[in-house]
Structures are given as C-alpha cells and as structure tokens.
Design a protein around this ligand. Structure first.
Ligand SMILES: [Zn+2]
Length: 349
C-alpha cells in the first residue's frame, strides 16, 4: 500500500475494506475513490437489490436508490434486501433498501426516493452522480436513462434478467455504442417477461455481479478493463454470447447518438401497466394525499390501512396502493380505464 494513502485512511475504514484493498487493482487509492463516488440505482427490485447490496458493502460513498414500488411476498424469492416484515407492511422498496443497508454499512450515505422515473423528474433523480445502474424492469425507462446519459455524457450500465437468462452492457458515452444503437426498437413482444417465464434468483445475482464489477472498474478509474460488448449468459443452458459494442459499433442513424432525445422529450405517462403483475399505475403529480383524511373517507367503501409511506385500500376484486404524492398502483386489472375510474371515484378526478 502507498504509505501516504495508508496514513490517510482511517483505521476503521482500513479494517472494514481490508480484503478489497488487498486486491491490488483496487488498493487504498481505489478504495478512497469508491468512498467519494456517487451512484444511482434506478429501480430496486431483484437486480437493483443485488447491485445496491454489493456496492454498499464495497464502500461506494453515496447510493441514490430509486423505486416506485412496495415490497410484496412474491419478491422475497430474489429481492435480497427485503424481508417478510417489509412485505407485511408494504414498505416502499427504496425505503426498505435504505433501512437494510444501514444495518450492514452505516458509514455510507443512502438516498432513497419513492418515485417513478419519468421525463419530468429525470434531471433531479439522475443528476449529480458519477454512474447510473439499471435495476429497472422495462425498456421505456431504460431508453429514458439512455437519453439522459448520452445527452449529459454520464456512463450507465444496462442489466436485465429473465428466466435463467442475463443480459448486460456498459454504455460509456463517447467510448461505446448506446442502448438505442444496439436495440433501436424496444424488444417488447419478442422478449419474455418475468410474468411469463419466471426468474431464477441466480440469474439476477449473476447479472448484478457482472454489472457491479464493471461499476467498480469504472469508479476506481480502470476504464480500459471495462467490457465493450453486449454480453448474454444463460446460467441454465450455459449458453453465452457476446456482441461487440465499442464505439465502432455505434449505429449510423441512431436517434439518441445524433442528439434526438425523444424519450427525454416524452410527455409524462399517466397510466402504466406494471411488468409482471396484474396492475396499473396511475401517475398523479399534483395531488398530495393526507392519509388520515383519506382513511376516514375510504372506510365506508372497503378495508383501509396505512403507514407513513403507503395507504392500502381493498375493494374486491381490486387493491389500491396510494403514495403520499397521489400516485397509485391498482391491482386486479390491466385495464387502464377501470383503474382510472376507480381512482377518480375514491381518490379524486
Ligand atoms: Zn446510439
């Protein structure tokens, strides 16, 4: 270890990260860089949980965790930052993640945001960070991140897992192709989802391990060691493929690379059907909800329960989860018209 760096590092930090500092590609200097790094985890489901856990334990100084959803029992098979109590209490994933991380690394800063990443909030939620990691479950949000990253020259790492299959790519603006170079159209329809194919927690942890390692390389300044391919691995069939994704593979006519940021310019999307669930999200941005008052109002119409983060309202066959900013997730339908009318009737039009 560099003797000067050795003196600078405080003893507790030296001990906590000693095994990682011994790994000479990181060393004390790399560890200091990690302590100063700021990383966004966009989406904290299975992949996001694994990414956040690995980077928090590695000592990344600040993690901003974004997620729009709350913990449910079916998440526990693969979403490693959550427990049964989180599912019972419907704790928002970003909050549950921050609480769990504080139990194993209280020395880093975790900034949880219970929010849906949309064009209107992309600057505030992704701004001011060194790297963005993909924990999302949909291409709409990934294209939005890609537009933001290319426009602002911020690196991001695409990561996806479904079934036993994992897919990942590093996007370093100026040095590699972008997501839209490789996938000009969202592969929706041709690609399976967690709902139809299920998912192995091992595929999730595989893709998260690869993406988190690439993140460490980026953050300690080992950029020449970063992979410049779109990598796919199937941990059940052991099939593996790599597609070159360096700057030479930048696609002529890629809208994003030519500065046409259609996803950033997109209008807010008021109704979204969530992946992997029989539910619709209503995105209301201008309707702060007082949970105490709302509970009294809803009581005659069904069962209602709330904590400081979410209010749940059951009216057969639907279940509505309301967030303090007025956003709602309505379970029991994929029909946006039904969801909209339930919201209008019980919350407001
Ligand atoms: Zn491109």
């Amino acid at each position: 270890m560099d003797p000067e760096m050795d003196r600078k590092m405080d003893p507790a930090m030296k001990d906590r990260y000693s095994r990682q500092v011994l790994f000479k590609e990181i060393g004390a200097e790399g560890q200091q860089k990690l302590a100063q790094a700021r990383v966004v985890i966009a989406g904290c489901g299975a992949t996001g949980s694994a990414l956040a856990s690995l980077l928090a334990r590695s000592g990344v100084g600040m993690l901003r965790i974004l997620d729009r959803d709350y913990v449910e029992p079916s998440n526990l098979q693969r979403q490693t930052l959550f427990d049964e109590n989180d599912a019972r209490e419907s704790v928002p994933k970003a909050i549950a993640a921050a609480r769990q991380i504080a139990r194993f690394n209280s020395e880093i800063v975790v900034e949880p945001h219970v929010a849906d990443l949309i064009p209107a909030n992309v600057d505030s939620l992704l701004g001011g960070c060194d790297l963005i990691l993909d924990g999302t479950d949909n291409f709409e949000t990934r294209y939005l991140i890609n537009d933001y990253a290319v426009k602002n020259s911020v690196a991001w790492i695409y990561a996806a897992a479904v079934g036993s299959y994992a897919l990942t790519m590093n996007i370093v603006p100026g040095e590699t192709a972008c997501l839209a170079c490789m996938f000009p159209q969202s592969p929706r329809g041709t690609v399976e989802t967690c709902e139809t194919s299920g998912i192995l927690n091992t595929a999730v942890n595989l893709v998260a391990s690869i993406a988190a390692t690439e993140a460490l390389k980026f953050l300690v300044g080992a950029r020449s060691k970063m992979r410049r391919t779109l990598l796919s691995l199937d941990c059940w069939t052991n099939e593996r493929a790599e597609l070159a994704a360096g700057s030479l593979q930048r696609r002529a006519g890629c809208r994003t690379c030519s500065g046409d940021f259609v996803h950033l310019a997109g209008e807010g999307r008021p109704h979204i059907t969530l992946c992997g669930r029989n539910s619709v999200q209503i995105h209301e941005r201008e309707r702060p909800v007082n949970f105490d008052e709302m509970s009294i109002r809803l009581k005659p119409h069904g069962n209602v329960r709330h904590n400081e983060f979410v209010l749940k309202f059951w009216r057969e066959p639907y279940e509505m989860t309301l967030f303090p900013d007025g956003r709602a997730i309505i379970k029991g339908t994929t029909d946006t018209a039904i969801a909209r009318s339930l919201y209008a009737r019980y919350v407001g039009s």
